[in-house]
Design a protein around this ligand. Structure first.
Ligand SMILES: NC(=O)c1ccc[n+]([C@@H]2O[C@H](COP(=O)([O-])OP(=O)(O)OC[C@H]3O[C@@H](n4cnc5c(N)ncnc54)[C@H](O)[C@@H]3O)[C@@H](O)[C@H]2O)c1
Length: 254
């Protein structure tokens, strides 16, 4: 019986940025765990098309740019229209940008903040009333170790600030809704093999620093973040709220 708490049978989940990488791995695992899943992304990739074809009844795609102010209401509405409810929101879509602090002009700063912080805020704001009306729900924000420590060797201050804000939004929302059935948690990945890190992995110096500073001696696979998100989304985490679950191979231990 206890192991069933790790499943999502009967639940409806919305996963942003689910056409590749960590978001796709989360959608795949949630479907395997019994959820129905609305995946949002700007484009339907071949990998997402395969996922939809494999789960024609339980997976659906909604095209959306998360920085569009109209997108949050539209994607929450699409989840409810397709599957009748919304139990789990995963704010996964995000972008990174590297460079010196003094070179981050307003456009670069706005792109990072609008995608990584403002969009999750707005999407959660659209989802919460639905969850309150249903009597509860779970929100999982994908933060980063970049919200806790400075990155090396690359500088990416706007990204770090955006993810630190996501962690604090997570804690404050958790406090605010703890008595109203909505749990709010974050996953803080270390370095994960994905399109976001492909350039750094291909750079021998960056790869050496990233791997060398990770006590486990390797980068993570997206699936290793999906299991963390599943735990936080599921009833297995029924007493967990306001947590930032660091999954970094030990990167932040030293
Ligand atoms: N890869 C890592 O090492 C790592 C580490 C810590 C945190 N993260 C976080 O994990 C999350 C997923 O990243 P990933 O590693 O899978 O990278 P990725 O680049 O493969 O995926 C990012 C996803 O976000 C989507 N996205 C970006 N901007 C969007 C927009 N405006 N509208 C809609 N979708 C948009 C992309 O299309 C893609 O689906 C991000 O929030 C990222 O910051 C990644």
């Amino acid at each position: 019986m206890t192991m069933e708490k790790f499943r999502l049978d009967g639940r409806v989940a919305l996963v942003t940025g689910g056409n590749r990488g960590i978001g796709l791995a989360i959608a795949e695992l949630f479907l395997e765990a019994g959820a129905r899943c609305l995946v949002t992304a700007r484009v339907e990739t071949p990998a997402l098309a395969r996922l939809l074809a494999t789960h024609p009844e339980t997976a659906a795609w909604h095209g959306a740019d998360v920085t569009d102010p109209a997108a949050p209401a539209a994607m929450v509405g699409a989840a409810v229209a397709r599957f009748g409810r919304l139990d789990v929101l995963v704010n996964n879509a995000g972008v990174a940008d590297n460079g010196d602090f003094h070179d981050f002009d307003d456009a670069r700063l706005a792109r990072i903040m609008d995608t990584n912080l403002v969009a999750p805020f707005r999407i959660a704001r659209a989802a919460v009333p639905v969850m309150l009306a249903q009597g509860g729900g779970a929100i999982v924000n994908i933060g980063s170790i970049s919200g806790e420590v400075a990155n090396r060797p690359q500088f990416q201050v706007a990204y770090n600030a955006s993810k630190a804000a996501v962690h604090q939004m997570t804690r404050v929302m958790a406090f605010e809704y703890a008595g109203r059935g909505i749990r709010v948690n974050a996953v803080a990945p270390g370095y994960v093999v994905s399109d976001m890190t492909a350039g750094g992995i291909a750079n021998p110096e960056w790869n050496r620093v990233w791997t060398g500073n990770t006590p486990m001696g390797r980068l993570a696979r997206p699936e290793e973040m999906a299991t963390c998100a599943l735990f936080l989304a599921s009833d297995a985490a029924s007493y967990v709220t306001g947590a930032v679950l660091v999954a970094d191979g030990g990167y932040t231990t030293h």
